[in-house]
Write a protein that binds this ligand. Structure first.
Ligand SMILES: [Fe+2]
Length: 408
């Protein structure tokens, strides 16, 4: 029995290596010894002296637990084959510093298996496996999850041949392979990276490209997908390249990468739920990704990954491209990003401050029909949401919509 854990049988045990923990870090989960003794409460600060003390008494591995139901339903057999393959290939790169033609051929086989398996699945019940067995193993799971999401999205867009889909998914699966060039301490660092570490981290698309470009077997689509997967719509990506000139495949990978990263638990933060992650992604429109791509991803993920439920609800506050603020009155049916809303105010900048001016007469707008107004995100900040709700109550405006949405 693990002390302090009521239903340990339903949880996954995740290891953390004390060597990679920066002193004065706090964790969102309580930490335990291998024998189940509680070492630290959640959010208690792990000081340098505490780290030393724990290492002396229990060795360098400590553990935390995440809910067992975070494991998904996709193709266990294929997933585990892919997982073992990924581990083998990454270990091979670590020891030889090379990505071999044979490893590439095996990667293509794995991608074929994943794509075939996904085709056979009932997409309505699909969730991705979040089987992060240890902190060190994050990259294996992340590679496979990003590959699976990219496969779904590339197929859904119906713009690519089957051969092209396979190349894009191979690129997605290998997109972070350049991280193997990073020192383990940097790769696994739970806290914020230093400026210098950040520069090294940002080399991983180039490093991945360099590792693969010499192989005859590797298609240019795969190389492009790896090289450009951290570029952004506002041209503020790793290399600051002009977004509109880039191919679509790395942009698809980038958005899938963000979704998987957000919905995966990390020692320093809990996993976001799928609706929370989709809200965050909706807030990246015309900043990190273009509107069409976000719309395609959200409409795909909204129905497949979120049990066919929308990621927002009637009563949520929705920001518009006009700077206006509205409340959702009816969720979009054919395009999730085009709900019916009631526009009730506008953010205005006065000096360095931004304040919300309320309209005397709110306007009802169907975003599917209004050509000038577009959704720019769902309001997420709890303090701002509460302040707007209080103001609306005071003004006795839109009282029917003032409830507290819960996404547990
Ligand atoms: Fe990456």
């Amino acid at each position: 029995m693990i002390s302090g854990m009521a239903d340990s049988g339903n949880k996954q045990k995740i290891s953390i290596d004390l060597d990679y923990i920066k002193p004065d870090t706090s964790f969102v989960y309580p930490l335990y010894s291998n024998e189940g003794e509680k070492l630290l409460d959640e959010r208690e600060v792990l000081t340098a002296s505490r780290i030393r003390q724990i290492r002396e008494l229990y060795g360098s591995k400590i553990y935390y637990y995440i809910p067992g139901n975070s494991r998904g339903m996709v193709a266990g057999r294929v997933y585990h084959k892919a997982w073992n393959h990924t581990k083998r290939v990454l270990d091979e790169i670590l020891s030889t510093d090379k990505f071999t033609p044979d490893a590439y051929r095996r990667t293509e086989d794995i991608i074929n298996d994943i794509i075939e398996e996904l085709k056979a699945k009932d997409m309505a019940i699909l969730t991705l496996i979040k089987d992060m067995r240890s902190f060190d193993e994050y990259l294996y799971n992340h590679s496979i999850n990003v590959g699976m999401l990219t496969a779904l999205m590339a197929q859904k867009r119906r713009k690519y041949s089957e051969a092209e889909v396979k190349k894009i998914v191979t690129g997605a699966y290998l997109s972070d392979i350049g991280k193997m060039k990073l020192e383990k301490e940097v790769f696994n660092k739970p806290g914020k990276l230093t400026e210098e570490e950040l520069i090294r981290m940002r080399l991983h698309p180039q490093d991945g490209y360099n590792m693969l470009k010499g192989l005859r077997e590797v298609d240019p689509i795969v190389l492009q997908t790896i090289l450009f997967h951290h570029e952004r719509f506002d041209d503020e990506g790793y290399y600051g390249l002009p977004y509109e000139t880039l191919p679509t495949s790395p942009k698809i990978v980038s958005i899938c990468d963000m979704y998987d990263a957000l919905t995966s638990p990390r020692p320093f933060r809990k996993a976001y739920t799928p609706p929370e992650a989709l809200k965050i992604i909706a807030g990246t429109i015309d900043k990190k990704y273009d509107r069409q791509l976000v719309s395609d991803f959200i409409n795909m993920a909204g129905s497949m990954l979120n049990n066919s439920q929308s990621f927002y609800r009637r009563g949520d506050f929705c920001q518009l491209n006009t700077g206006e603020v509205s409340v959702v009155s009816d969720i979009g049916t054919w395009d999730i990003l085009k709900p019916k809303v009631i526009v009730f105010g506008r953010f205005e900048n006065t000096g360095s401050r931004s304040s919300l001016r309320f309209f005397n007469n709110p306007i009802e707008v169907d975003l599917a029909k209004d050509l000038n107004r577009k959704m720019d995100g769902i309001m997420m900040h709890p303090k701002i949401i509460e302040a707007v709700r209080i103001k609306l109550k005071e003004k006795k405006m839109l009282l029917d919509y003032l409830y507290s949405p819960k996404y547990d």
